[in-house]
Design a protein around this ligand. Structure first.
Ligand SMILES: CC(C)(COP(=O)(O)OP(=O)(O)OC[C@H]1O[C@@H](n2cnc3c(N)ncnc32)[C@H](O)[C@@H]1OP(=O)(O)O)[C@@H](O)C(=O)NCCC(=O)NCCS
Length: 199
């Protein structure tokens, strides 16, 4: 069974190779990538490798970036989801981060916040994560605005690629603080999870 989260207006489902064109747009559009610093310029084949990496995450960790599909017209709006990171970044290794990236025509409609709430709920209630992080360039007001609507994130600054960024962390209050490694045992958990989104 694959991961699927359903909110009032959005279906979040696993990315597929057939999403490549949409995914590539999100990987290359300059407006979308404005605050990403020296983000790699990918050609379509490199994007395909990245997409395969994302798809692989679902099997390995039962999480990853998910396609955001408009419930009414089936449009591909962007992606949102919790990724498991094995590489060190700032002071963290083996952590989960929330990310989102929407096509500009879907900005300013509350979709990023709606999808993010569902992903955090999935991370805490289904994956039983202790902590979720988010990394945002301090100049990215729209993204900071999303984080501020999601709950009690703590914040610390760090520098990466000559940009100052906020490293946000939110704790699963129902779970207590334990080591994140304890949660990396999801292989038996493949399931379909429908969310009635928190209002
Ligand atoms: C970051 C990004 C996802 C934010 O998207 P967004 O559309 O601004 O975020 P939201 O979903 O919170 O929607 C914002 C606004 O929609 C408005 N809105 C309109 N209709 C709404 C509705 N039905 N429900 C809720 N909000 C609604 C709200 O007024 C809200 O603004 P406010 O909180 O100031 O009142 C988007 O700018 C993006 O994809 N950027 C490029 C990629 C990027 O930077 N990603 C983040 C990297 S850290």
């Amino acid at each position: 069974m694959s991961i699927e989260l359903v909110t009032d207006r959005i279906i979040l489902r696993e990315l597929e190779i057939s999403d490549l064109e949409n995914f590539h747009f999100l990987e290359t559009d300059e407006t979308i990538l404005k605050y990403y610093g020296n983000y790699p310029k990918r050609n379509i084949l490199e994007t395909k490798d990245l997409l395969n990496f994302v798809i692989d995450q679902y099997k390995k960790f039962n999480t990853g970036r998910l396609a955001m599909i408009h419930k009414i017209n089936n449009e591909y709006m962007g992606w949102c989801g919790i990724k498991y990171n094995e590489q060190q970044r700032h002071n963290y290794t083996h952590y989960y981060d929330l990310g989102y990236r929407l096509k500009p025509e879907f900005w300013g409609k509350g979709y990023a916040t709606e999808a993010s709430k569902a992903c955090i709920q999935y991370g805490f209630d289904k994956l039983k994560l202790n902590k979720i992080h988010a990394i945002v360039n301090i100049e990215n007001r729209q993204s900071i605005n999303v984080i501020e609507k999601l709950g009690k994130f703590t914040k610390e600054n760090f520098i990466e690629n000559n940009c100052t960024k906020n490293w946000y962390s939110i704790i699963n209050e129902h779970q207590g603080i334990r080591d994140e490694f304890e949660n990396v045992n999801f292989n038996m958990l493949k399931h379909k999870f429908n969310i009635e989104l928190m209002q």
